[in-house]
Design a protein around this ligand. Sequence first.
Ligand SMILES: [Zn+2]
Ligand SMILES: [Zn+2]
Length: 335
Amino acid sequence: MKALVMREYKKLSFEEIPKPEIVSTDEVLIKVKAAAICGSDVHGFDGSTGRRKPPVVMGHEGSGVIEAVGKDVKGFVPGDRVTFDSTIYCGKCPECKTGNVNLCRNRKVLGVSCDEYNCQGIFAEYVVVPERILYHIADATSFEEAALTEPSGVAAHAVRLTPIELNDNIAVIGCGIIGQLIIKILRPSCSGRIIAMDIDPEKQKAALQAGSDLAMDSKQFDHSIIIDRVFEAVGIEATANAAVSIVRNGGSVTQVGNLSQKISFPLQAVVTRQIKIIGSCAICGEYPIVLDMMAHGKLDVKPLISRVVPLSEGQIWFDKLYNRTENLLKVVMIP
Ligand SMILES: [Zn+2]
Ligand SMILES: [Zn+2]
């Protein structure tokens, strides 16, 4: 089959590799129909994260059609249109058994190659995954839209972990894909104001289109507005500190961004102002929610898709995303 393989950092080759096979009886073979490029793929592209060690077939946000199923697969048949979790959780460890599959201690992420494992991703014609991470997609949802289920699930997970009360004012710092999805998912249920913050005026505009009431650079923030909840979707020192400085005493900061491994942190402010800091990782049970929202027109991800391109052009689009030469949000590749 054809696949986009990163043979060395920043070098992608569109080449022939062996088609994966069903090994375990609970697995399915999927013909990939759409595969979106994630920010984590772009950050891994230069080796800086240590999570995309060559050789690797990246990609974990996608959709496709089932081509074959193992003999113990019960809920899916060839021809089914599906999407899948980015995390292959084991289903057996203490975290999995208590329902926290996103925190599985044996998890592997599709398209990640690190010291512990190398898991083939979906920048390829085919992928094999276990049934437990699969979800059906509605007829009304295109493969390209379904490829955004994973980042939508990440945003929905952060929203679900946050103790939001009616009429809370909510700030979202960082209006890239995840920030905009948080705004889109919050909007239908949020009666308070949603205030988007980003240094990029284009992203501020996009955040207003996504449903925020106001959009600004966090430096322009008017501290007379009481902010009850903050979502931090960048993950660097400046924005993590801004989140703490704008939230009201006793409020919460949900930390989704994690670009920096370590930052200096305003510990005393967090303690003396009793701010709740919530880490949010991946997705745990939100796939059916966001798929349902998409199917019923409550979550429109189409405005987030900047380009749909052939997988063979992977190098070109990774270069554009990496060098930020164009104002791109999601690029979806078609194998
Ligand atoms: Zn992703
Ligand atoms: Zn597990």
